[in-house]
Design a protein around this ligand. Structure first.
Ligand SMILES: O=S(=O)(O)CCCN1CCN(CCO[C@@H]2O[C@H](CO)[C@@H](O)[C@H](O)[C@H]2O)CC1
Length: 492
């Protein structure tokens, strides 16, 4: 395996998009300023009992007021792109199109204009988990297909007001997480714990909402605005424990179909769920004596409407798991994907541990998953829209682990492109700033810039990983060991 991790010296394609990412609830703060309405994460945090030490995003990084400072940090890195999300309830406080908040619109116009003034192209995510509370209260939010129309109205407003300058749109960030952590386990807002059926209803409405917004852009805006619109899906890589054991290989494929395929198959392959999902869930549902499968079905018209509604494939990836087939393996490992597939998986003891229990760095995993996407979805343009690692909440600007993570993962992306032919067009480091890490609050830091959350001014400081990332961008890859140079910069 050691040569698997050897550093590969080469450069990325000339037009490769180097980016960094944040999201509205995690950095903005100003949770109720200038007319913004509450989101389900405002409610979830204020309820108490869901987030580490009841931390909230009330202030977060205060980027609502400090966005110019953030953009100056990006310019220092030589970033050409920046991925951020729009808070739906900042521009539509009730979530409904009749509640436009011009102060909210103005904030995002200011951010976009400041980015362009600094030669940085915006990559905008329409939904990064902060649903307007009003839509949840009105009709259950993502659980109700009424949301399809409201999301389309919101997307259309964003295309109208920002689309003259925003040319790269992402409808949803990680629908898998929205459905499973928000509605199956309930560890995320809106905290609904209904395994089995509700998560699939939520996924169904997310897919139909995505397709509706894609067609709105395609029909009414693309010819004039000439942008691209896709979706960002997340997954660990599921590595067969024994690559010579077909049962392990089958288990790996099944796990990938239930994670990336759940949303990737309808949007990029044929407008419908993967066969293994339909078969497996129908089989288990019948075994549970249910009159029909817990997985909703698309009509033939819906399949045509949904198919090929992604101009690119956005991938968020952080870590890897070994998997084995659950039958006749005496592994006492917890199911990886909830009750429906029960593909036992685990992370090796020998792999290093980050500050997040679910995240153990395994660089070669990103190469595998990029190749899987390339093969599964016919060479579609892919972008890594998030990749990064957490450290504990301690003051440390010489973040060696993060430097090692970025150097090795970015190098594996280079191998996927140059050695395996994967059609990856960009890489996005999560995150520009230490920020609100959802249920972990501020206890886990993912930033290339340190934010002091105990100081009302939320000062930012550059970490060594930011300098390394700047060097990799400047070289557009690896022409020498960037790490050594970055540390020299620190000392010089
Ligand atoms: O173990 S628990 O079930 O109690 C909590 C699981 C936490 N999940 C793990 C998977 N992660 C996917 C990536 O999530 C992404 O990555 C970043 C880091 O998490 C987030 O900050 C970004 O907003 C998100 O897009 C989302 C958070």
């Amino acid at each position: 395996d050691e040569d698997r991790d050897a550093l590969y010296y080469d450069t990325f394609p000339d037009d490769f998009k180097w980016s960094s990412a944040t999201s509205s609830y995690q950095i903005e703060g100003a949770w109720n300023e200038d007319g913004k309405g509450p989101s389900i994460w405002d409610t979830f945090c204020h309820e108490g009992g869901h987030v580490y030490e009841n931390h909230t995003g009330d202030v977060a990084c205060d980027s609502y007021h400090k966005y110019k400072e953030d953009i100056a940090l990006m310019a220092n890195l030589g970033l050409k792109n920046y991925r951020f999300s729009i808070a739906w309830s900042r521009v539509l406080p009730t979530g409904k199109i009749d509640s436009v908040n011009e102060d909210g619109i103005a904030y995002y116009n200011n951010v976009i204009d400041e980015l362009l003034d600094n030669g940085i192209d915006p990559m905008v995510t329409l939904y990064h988990w902060d649903l307007p509370q009003g839509l949840h209260d009105d009709y259950g939010g993502w659980m109700n297909e009424s949301i399809i129309n409201d999301f389309n109205d919101y997307a259309k407003l964003c295309f109208e007001r920002f689309g003259d300058r925003v040319k790269f749109w992402i409808t949803f960030n990680e629908p898998w997480i929205v459905a499973l952590l928000g509605y199956e386990s309930g560890v995320f807002a809106p905290g609904i714990n209904e395994p089995g059926t509700i998560p699939y209803v939520v996924g169904h409405n997310l897919i139909k909402s995505h397709a509706e917004a894609w067609h709105t852009y395609d029909d009414q805006f693309r010819s004039v605005q000439k942008g691209v619109i896709g979706i960002t899906l997340n997954s660990d890589w599921s590595e067969p424990h024994d690559r010579k054991n077909y049962k392990h290989i089958f288990a790996s494929e099944r796990a990938m179909q239930f994670s990336l395929g759940w949303f990737g198959h309808p949007i990029y392959k044929n407008g419908d769920y993967p066969e293994i999902m339909k078969t497996k869930i129908a089989e288990i549902s019948a075994g549970q004596g249910l009159p029909q499968s817990r997985l909703p079905e698309f009509t033939e018209e819906e399949k045509v409407f949904i198919n090929h509604t992604g101009d690119f494939f956005g991938l968020n990836h952080y870590s890897t798991n070994y998997v084995v087939n659950p039958t006749n393996e005496n592994y006492e490992l917890p199911g990886y994907w909830g009750s429906d597939v029960n593909v036992p998986s685990w992370k090796e003891e020998s792999w290093p541990q980050s500050a997040s229990s679910w995240l153990k760095p395994v660089p070669w995993g990103i190469r595998q998953i990029l190749v899987w996407i390339h093969n599964e979805y016919d060479g579609i343009d892919s972008y890594v829209t998030e990749n990064g690692v957490s450290t504990h909440d301690v003051y440390d600007l010489s973040d060696e682990e993060r430097m090692k993570y970025y150097k090795s993962y970015i190098n594996e992306v280079l191998k996927a492109i140059k050695l395996d032919g994967a059609n990856c067009k960009g890489y996005t480091a999560w995150s520009l700033l230490d920020n609100f890490e959802w249920a972990a609050g501020y206890s886990e830091r993912f930033g290339m810039h340190y934010v002091d959350f105990s100081d009302d001014d939320r000062p930012r400081e550059v970490k060594d990983s930011a300098k390394l990332y700047a060097d990799i961008i400047a070289d557009n890859g690896f022409i020498e060991d960037n790490t050594s140079r970055s540390l020299v910069v620190e000392g010089s």
